[in-house]
Design a binder for this molecule. Structure first.
Ligand code: SAH
Length: 528
């Protein structure tokens, strides 16, 4: 009978994280060979097996013994913690086989059973620190020259990889982690988040969140994996999180805008995501190449030569208009827009009488100030409330302007479940089409008419439902505030006001009536 070698990675150490195939493989085998501590960890699964447990540094003799028994026709499980192919026994066993001229066709059978490696198990306890391009580096110079390890730390430090350091420190090896920290501080901020996970998913599990500057003040040992964030990794509520990509958008309301599920993976939001068609080279790649070129040229580069300008820069996105009623840009304002956009930014005119500016910058506050000084009304872009007023016939029908301005001041830019446009028109002509906005307000004979829940887009578009006529001017602002508050509180994410009205049937006492056109229409190809 032909023997078999089963190279089993049993994961971090808890039973729940051992794969089904790994358990079966242990059951199948006649011999179990492994490092003493590991054999103890999986004791429950190997009862009645012939066990050969050896000391820490006896990997080579373990591999040789395993091959010997397999050649005698036995099934031999060689165990590794984590994954057998990550600083584990898989490679060593192959090395022994290769030396003996082994071939798959006629030699002993070999099966490698994958396991959860420390980079994954430890990351899961820290949050989502890996996420982006990452690497593992073992700091053990037992089998690898330190000069090579040093070179690798330097290269990945420069190229901004997330790094998982395996074998960071032992009783005798204490310098390596100090050196690793020193090298990485050449490229990364002292505040870079660092996670220290000891004995993940084992009895004495310990998770510590710290920084690159402070990491050595904590206990690090042979059972620790050190995960070092990249330049975008942040800590939030005791979680270490690395964003999926580098370019983040600033809007006016918050600095780090988490994307909603429906916004994800769109080119404009996540330019790093996979898209059909031709892909631009990711900036990280260029950066990596730059770092490698620099490393090639000169061994000891001063830290300041490797800069990361594109990395910390974000796209500042803001909607700009010359006023609530005013629709005219002055020449000076156009100059300011052009200066703010610069070479790299874009200026887009939207169907909502807004100009949207998208500018890569590290200093959005400065741009905000410049725009405000030029007399622009600026508001965030996205699922926010926007006031769209008519021009009140260039001020001839000006009576409703103060109400429009008050609404802008109180509600403009408010974050909501979905974009919401309030249209305010100064006379019954309503030529800026307030009735087609989510909330339409029309000033007529000194009082306001109110329209709710237009469906402004799509082939089943319809005007808003006329819900009230002759509202006293003093009541209009508080009434709109109550409607918006109810929608903000009870609307589902991504639920536009017309859908919300249809679902809840009553907003602030106004009853829903179906305004949808009664025609059968095939769904539009781009969704309707
Ligand atoms: N084959 C293993 C790695 C073996 S090298 C794997 O894929 O995970 C040993 C190193 O792995 C340790 O020094 C430590 O850095 C890491 N490690 C393994 N198991 C771990 C655990 N449960 N918790 C934290 N780190 C662990």
């Amino acid at each position: 009978m032909k023997g078999k070698l089963l190279l089993v990675g049993f994961g971090p150490g808890s039973e729940k994280h051992i794969t089904e195939r790994a358990k079966e493989a242990l059951q199948e085998s006649d011999y179990v060979i492994g490092y003493k501590t590991y054999v103890e960890l999986i004791a429950d699964f190997i009862e009645g097996k012939e066990v050969i447990s050896t000391g820490m540094s006896e990997e080579v003799s373990r591999a040789q013994a395993a091959v010997k028994y397999a050649e005698q026709g036995k099934k031999v499980a060689v165990i590794s913690s984590g994954d057998a192919g990550v600083y584990g026994m898989a490679g060593l066993v192959y090395e022994v086989l290769v030396e003996k001229g082994w071939r798959e066709a006629d030699g002993v059978e070999v099966e490698i059973i994958p396991g959860i490696s420390a980079i994954n198990s430890c990351a899961s306890l820290l949050g989502a620190p890996v996420m982006h391009d990452a690497c593992t580096i073992s700091l053990s110079d037992h089998l690898t020259p330190w000069e090579l390890i040093e070179k690798r730390i330097d290269a990945v430090g420069a190229a901004d990889f997330v790094i998982a350091l395996y074998n960071p420190k032992s009783g005798k090896r204490t310098r390596q982690i100090v050196e690793a920290q020193r090298i990485l501080l050449k490229y990364r901020s002292p505040d870079t988040p660092v996670g220290l996970v000891k004995s993940a998913y084992r009895d004495r599990e310990q998770v510590i969140l710290t920084t690159l500057a402070d990491m050595l003040e904590h206990d690090i040992g042979m059972l620790t994996t050190v995960i070092i964030g990249n330049s975008t990794t942040f800590i939030y509520d005791n979680k270490m999180i690395t964003p999926r990509g580098y370019q983040r958008k600033y809007t006016l309301t918050s600095e780090k805008q988490p994307l909603r599920p429906h916004e994800r993976l769109k080119r404009e939001n996540e330019p790093w995501a996979l898209h059909e068609g031709k892909e631009e080279a990711p900036p990280l790649f260029e950066l990596g190449m730059k770092a490698l070129r620099l490393l090639d040229k000169e061994k000891d580069i001063p830290a300041k030569e490797v800069t990361f300008p594109k990395l910390i820069e974000s796209i500042f996105e803001v909607a700009v208009s010359p006023g609530v009623a005013n629709k005219k840009f002055s020449a000076q304002q156009l100059l300011v827009l052009s200066a703010v956009a610069g070479e790299e930014g874009s200026v887009e005119y939207t169907p909502h009488h807004q100009i949207i500016l998208r500018v890569p910058t590290e200093n959005p506050q400065q741009l905000t100030l410049q725009l405000q000084e030029a007399g622009f009304i600026i508001s965030p872009v996205g699922d926010v409330l926007a006031i769209k007023a008519c021009d009140f016939c260039d001020g001839e029908k000006k009576d409703a302007i103060p109400y429009a301005e008050e609404l802008q001041e109180r509600l403009g830019g408010m974050e909501l479940p979905k974009e919401l446009n309030i249209g305010i028109n100064g006379c019954g002509m309503a030529c800026y089409q307030a009735v087609n906005d989510d909330i339409g307000i029309v000033f007529r004979k000194g009082k306001f008419d109110l329209f709710l829940g237009a469906k402004p887009v799509g082939r089943t578009a319809h005007a808003g439902q006329p819900v009230a006529e002759g509202i006293e001017p003093a009541q209009i602002v508080p009434l709109i505030e109550r409607i918006v508050a109810e929608y903000k509180e009870k609307g589902h994410p991504n639920e536009r006001l017309f859908k919300f009205f249809k679902r809840v049937k009553n907003i602030q006492g106004f009853e829903y009536r179906n305004m949808e056109p009664k025609i059968m229409i095939e769904p539009a190809p781009c969704g309707d």
